[in-house]
Design a protein around this ligand. Structure first.
Ligand code: DQA
Length: 140
């Protein structure tokens, strides 16, 4: 069985309450339950932190043994050399995901420290971006 992990960065614990016009009305927990039942033949773990170093620790923990990492580093995408370096350092492939289309938003969201070392980037499809990322690991 393939083992994937979704790693979510800061403020994504507030999904459902946070700027619903951009991020939707669903909590990530509700969405994750549906995702897991849709992909019942894949092991999908989940980790969320608002703390940069915890995200780096998790990438290092899973980055040499898992089959894939789905990373939404949220605001740290645009600022964190440390998370970018961690993605480069590990062996497991990373798909970068964003719920919103970051290119249709403010200029500072157009920069990513992750994209250059990700195998791909999926953004702008709402929570469905995560479905597409899981599929990308199933049909490489
Ligand atoms: C986000 C986009 C980021 O620019 C923002 O800081 C987030 C969420 C997204 O999923 O659309 O927190 O990563």
């Amino acid at each position: 069985m393939k083992k994937l992990i979704i790693i979510n960065g800061p403020n994504l614990n507030l999904l459902g309450k946070r700027e619903p016009e951009i991020y939707g009305h669903q909590t990530f927990e509700d969405y994750l339950a549906r995702l897991k039942s849709k992909f019942s033949d894949v092991l999908i773990e989940y980790f969320q932190s608002n703390i940069e170093g915890e995200l780096i620790n998790k990438l290092q923990d899973v980055g040499f043994s898992y089959d894939g990492i789905i990373l939404n580093a949220a605001a740290y995408t645009h600022t964190s050399v440390g998370i970018g370096d961690a993605v480069k350092a590990i062996k497991t492939s990373v798909v970068e995901v964003h719920i919103s289309n970051t290119f249709s938003r403010e200029d500072f969201r157009h920069q990513s420290y992750i994209s250059q070392n990700a195998i791909g980037v999926i953004l702008g499809f709402g929570l469905k971006s995560y479905d597409l990322a899981v599929e990308s690991f199933l049909n490489p």
